[in-house]
Write a protein that binds this ligand. Structure first.
Ligand code: DNO
Length: 354
């Protein structure tokens, strides 16, 4: 297991590489270029500069989250081939600095959703909240505005203004999109890129849909064990794998997260794990709690044990933390609570390994 922390890049993150390097047991960062629109080739010079900067802090960078998928690929439009060629060119450039895993998602138009970004808990910490009834009462534009209003001027990953410029029009294009066609579009993409991933030794790791059910009538497929199986079977190469996000899959209480992890880790298909806890306040409403098992509704010990006992050798990052000790910054991505999460997960791992 390799412990990492997400870092949004120079001028994009209040948390510095130096601070990350001081967290015990964190050896690397997971990063991206939020400003490069989906579908464009990532310039090699910029990639190398980023690598140089991370290395100078004594950290490594072997995971990218995310190289986003252009909407035309998800929609299966004729223009997809051009964007897939660009994706392959980006992979080739990322290989130059030794990138091993790409986290991406195949959620139509929108990425993850929350109703509150800074919901105050009784102890004064602030965290993200998902209330299904509230989300369902909003239009996608309302949700975008709510994200922008609450985000404290930080660009939220997956909610980049460029990507959502013509959100209403893009959502319209999904009219009549069936699950079968959507899966077919995933397969087309995978079959084109996986041979290059094998050659470049870069593993693709799809992120589950968050929340794991359809919103705004858009299809969402990476939501449970059976659909993950269907997805992995679309292309059976081990280079076609998963980012197992406990908070996404675990938001549907029917999903048995440790069992799902055990099954797919044993097959070597989990390349990256996002570990976070959440506490349900009703069936489809929850807030993101501290990582400790006793703080939330997920059994983080059982989750880490499922990875450990099934030979997981990939990357882990503590996912979304609360804002504690008066910290401000990008929702979910402060320093302190994520550092506590990393220390906690490292502690479980050490205990399991002895
Ligand atoms: C939110 C993140 C997502 C994730 C993407 C992966 O905090 O978990 O934005 O990075 O879905 O492509």
């Amino acid at each position: 297991m390799k412990m990492t922390l997400r870092w949004f890049g120079e001028n994009q993150d209040k948390v510095t590489l130096r601070q990350i390097a001081q967290i015990p047991g964190v050896d690397g960062v997971v990063t991206s270029f939020l400003d490069i629109p989906a579908g464009e080739v990532w310039p090699l010079e910029r990639i190398k500069a980023m690598k140089g900067q991370v290395s100078a802090s004594g950290l490594n960078v072997e995971v990218i989250e995310s190289v986003n998928i252009h909407e035309d690929i998800k929609l299966g439009l004729p223009s997809r081939d051009k964007y897939i060629d660009n994706y392959i060119a980006t992979l080739k450039n990322l290989r130059e600095i030794g990138i091993k895993v790409i986290c991406y998602n195949f959620m139509p138009v929108l990425d993850w959703a929350r109703s509150k970004l800074f919901y105050e808990l009784p102890d004064g910490s602030k965290t993200m909240f998902y209330d299904d009834a509230e989300i369902m009462s909003l239009t996608p534009e309302d949700l975008l505005k709510a994200f922008q209003d609450q985000s404290d001027k930080y660009e939220m990953p997956g909610w980049e203004p460029e990507r959502l410029k013509s959100m209403a029009e893009t959502i319209k294009k999904y009219d009549g999109m069936t699950e079968e066609r959507f899966m077919g579009n995933m397969k087309y993409f995978l079959d084109r890129i996986i041979p290059y991933c094998e050659e470049y030794d870069i593993k693709m790791a799809i992120h589950p849909d968050d929340p794991p059910w359809p919103i705004f009538g858009l299809p969402r497929l990476i939501v449970n064990r059976d659909n993950i199986r269907r997805f992995l079977d679309l292309n059976s190469s081990p280079y076609n794998g998963l980012t197992l996000c406990t908070g996404s899959i675990g938001a549907n209480r029917v999903n048995d997260v440790p069992a799902i992890i055990s099954e797919f880790a044993a097959e070597g298909r989990i390349h990256f794990a996002h570990i976070r806890n959440l506490r349900f306040v009703s069936d489809r409403s929850f807030y993101e709690s501290a990582h400790l098992t006793s703080c939330g509704s997920l059994d983080i010990y059982a989750i880490v044990k499922a990875l450990h006992d099934n030979g997981f050798t990939g990357y882990i990052r503590p996912d979304h933390g609360r804002m504690i000790w008066g910290e401000t910054g990008r929702a979910g991505y402060g320093l302190y609570d994520r550092a506590l999460g990393a220390a906690y997960i490292n502690g479980i791992w050490e205990a399991l390994s002895r």
